[in-house]
Design a protein around this ligand. Structure first.
Ligand code: KG4
Ligand code: ZN
Length: 353
């Protein structure tokens, strides 16, 4: 059994997993705290993590008990924790807690990359071991979250090659900023999805698809954001209110249109037709429709996290990734000097050297 902790951004989360099976999972979301600021405020995030971490650990044990397992931290084989990428002062809270637990119960610590957690979220199972998805290598991963937009070749367990990434804003961040401009609050992705849902002419304003003329697999969303800003400014407040749904939908189409064009290019370039889409934005049903459409054209297959809670930040995915690291002996017995890595890249393990 692995007890996992995640505090990289604005969710304080803990979970217990046994292999890929999630036995207990608790997420305290700080969304309401950050809402009025239109984005995550690091100092507030840190304070909320500090205030909630013990409660989240306790609740995770209570849930474990309700599932029929002994709620005993001494029964854990390992403690796992997100060490990056993320907000330094937020990561520190989880790492400190994990060290405290590892020290108290004399168990090794497993440092986990947050993005690696997102990738493994697709393979998480319920307590009965479902769904029984097999790992198939290589797979092509599209990570779409608030902090990251990356195309990755998942070559083997814990073996990744990054083939495309955003040069500025992430897809989720672009949606959050557009929502803010529309006066819709934070996080923006869910509100935009809801507003766009029943719009008939989904691409009414036909905003430019950023970077599609750029030959590679990188993304950039800041140009779209800026042109959206000036478009709204020029049209005025009345227009915004009257066309809210079409604006939300057209912006969403521009972001997702770019994602699927680049995904298609990546499939062509790598020849890999097995696709995995993860991260907070991957919960979006419109994105799923567009991704399925592309993958179907190549007669490929696509996997999303099996349950919606696994798309956004959670510790269950950290625990699942940690299980595969434990199997390879990638844990630390001496962890007191373990640091946080705010800009940690996939596949890098700087704590090993
Ligand atoms: O993975 P995540 O929870 O945190 C990071 O690691 O960044 O992703 C959060 C992002 C936010 O930008 C949020 O607006 C977006 O995921 N998101 C959505 C939806 N729900 C959350 N984007 C589009 N549609 C949604 N329904
Ligand atoms: Zn995340």
């Amino acid at each position: 059994m692995i007890f996992a902790i995640e505090t990289s951004c604005d969710e304080t989360a803990a979970a217990v997993v046994q292999a890929r099976r999630v036995l207990s999972n608790v997420i305290y979301s700080q969304a309401l705290i950050h809402k009025k600021w239109g984005g995550v405020v690091p100092s507030l995030a840190r304070r909320a993590h500090e205030e909630k971490i013990d409660w989240v650990v306790e609740e995770t044990l209570k849930k474990l008990k309700r599932g029929g397992k002994e709620p005993d931290l001494a029964k854990m084989d390992y403690f796992a924790v997100t060490v990056g990428p993320g907000l330094a002062i937020a990561l520190e809270v989880g790492i400190r807690k994990a060290k405290e637990l590892g020290r108290t119960y004399k168990k090794p610590l497993i440092p986990v990359n947050h993005l690696e957690g997102h990738i493994y979220s697709v393979f998480a199972q319920n307590r009965n071991g479902n769904p029984k998805r097999d790992f198939n290598f290589p797979s092509l991963v599209l990570i779409v979250s608030g902090g990251h937009t990356e195309l990755v070749i998942f070559k083997d367990h814990l073996d990744y090659e990054i083939i495309g990434k955003t040069l500025d804003d992430a897809a989720g961040e672009a949606l959050d900023k557009a929502a803010k401009m529309l006066g819709l609050g934070y996080p923006g992705g869910p509100v935009i999805e809801r507003l766009a849902k029943d719009v008939e002419n989904k691409d009414f304003f036909n905003f430019p698809r950023p970077m599609i003329r750029h030959p590679g697999l990188d993304f950039s969303f800041s140009g779209l954001k800026t042109s959206f800003y000036y478009f709204l400014k020029q049209k005025g407040e009345d227009f915004k209110v009257k066309n809210l749904r079409e604006l939300a939908s057209s912006f969403q189409e521009a972001v997702f249109g770019t994602l699927v064009i680049k995904l298609e290019r990546a499939i062509k370039k790598t020849g890999i037709k097995r696709v995995i889409v993860v991260g907070g934005v991957s919960v979006n049903r419109r994105l799923r429709v567009l991704v399925r459409r592309v993958v179907r054209r190549f007669k490929g297959e696509v996997y999303f996290p099996p349950l919606d809670y696994l798309t956004s930040d959670n510790a269950a995915m950290i625990g699942v990734a940690a299980y595969f690291k434990a199997k390879k002996g990638l844990f630390l017995k001496n962890f007191e000097s373990l640091d946080r890595y705010p800009r940690l890249e996939l596949g890098k393990e700087p704590w090993k050297s």
